[in-house]
Design a protein around this ligand. Structure first.
Ligand code: SAM
Length: 283
């Protein structure tokens, strides 16, 4: 069965008595080479558990199942579960869970299914909830080795931006704390059913197996990033002292000079490492 054929998708959904749900961000892939490529590039070896978020009718799930030891696919839409039962019937290494990924206990899931193997994530993410899902994965405490996801093209640009560029933002600096992000390839809007308004892109994040940065006060480190980008148009000195009234402008200026930046710099110029160093200077 070609799970990327629009007629097949429509027929499967009609048979199950369901329609595309916009509220769940349902845009299904209709170009078979794209799930193939995501599956091929989402991890470096076969002996692992892949957690897939939002399998839809299972086009990416099937490609993952042929390449990796075990796939657990979490789908929120109850209407798709019988469809997945049919489309994935040939695979004995796939488990489909009818859950909201944001409510899944990820540590418990990995304990139950990983069998000691490394764990990667692969997904064509629902766009209404991209950043919360990424943060939920990263903050779960599970040591995923890679996270490969399709997101809106402009979100991909933000996630993989370099410090100082227009796309660089709080999320970029935060992701840099957990790993390295690479933009893999662009996917035109016409590759989906129904077609969304904008193009997409696939990014792969390689997470640091052990933390690269260990700020003295992690909460303060994240707080500084938030302050810097909540008040993007202010200099970093003004943004930080507006949020942390116990710090003086002089203290923040001195700390910036110490880490090699001008006292008039804006937050968007600082790399993740700079934010770690600044937070340690000020902690
Ligand atoms: N993987 C399929 C594909 O590439 O054709 C479908 C991708 S579609 C963009 C997003 C999928 O995520 C849908 O199947 C949707 O029902 C599911 N979804 C949306 N919100 C979810 C959530 N909170 N937890 C789990 N799945 C969710």
């Amino acid at each position: 069965m070609n799970l990327c054929n629009p007629n097949t998708i429509r027929a499967l959904m009609e048979e199950a008595g369901i329609a595309f749900r916009k509220d769940y961000g349902q845009n299904f892939l209709i170009r078979p080479d794209i799930p193939e490529e995501i599956a091929e590039r989402c991890a470096d070896d076969a002996d692992r558990l892949i957690l897939e978020i939002g399998p839809g009718i299972g086009c990416l799930t099937a490609e993952l199942a042929t390449r990796y030891r075990k796939v657990v696919a979490v789908e929120i839409d109850r209407g798709l579960i019988p469809v997945l039962g049919k489309t994935l019937a040939d695979f004995d290494n796939v488990t489909v869970l009818n859950e909201d990924i944001m409510k899944v206990d990820l540590r418990a899931l990995v304990d139950r299914y990983a069998d000691g193997c490394p764990v990667s994530v692969a997904a064509n993410l629902p766009y209404y909830i991209t950043t919360p899902i990424l943060m939920y994965l990263l903050e779960s405490g599970v040591r995923f080795s890679t996270i490969t996801v399709m997101v809106q093209n402009e979100v991909a640009a933000r996630l993989a931006a370099a410090p100082g560029s227009a796309d660089y933002g709080a999320i970029t600096a935060v992701l840099g704390y957990y790993g390295r992000v690479n933009r893999l390839f662009r996917v035109p809007a016409g590759c989906f059913l129904p077609a969304p308004k904008v193009d997409s892109a696939v990014i792969r994040m390689d997470l640091y197996p052990t933390p690269l940065y260990t700020p003295k006060n992690e909460a303060f480190f994240f707080g500084l990033i938030r302050a810097a980008f909540d008040m993007r148009r202010k200099t970093l000195v003004n943004a930080v002292t507006a949020k942390y009234s116990h710090l003086t402008k002089e203290q923040v200026s001195d700390a910036l000079v110490k880490i090699g930046h001008s006292p008039t710099v804006r937050g968007e110029r600082l790399s993740t490492e700079d934010f770690v160093r600044l937070s340690d200077e000020l902690a």
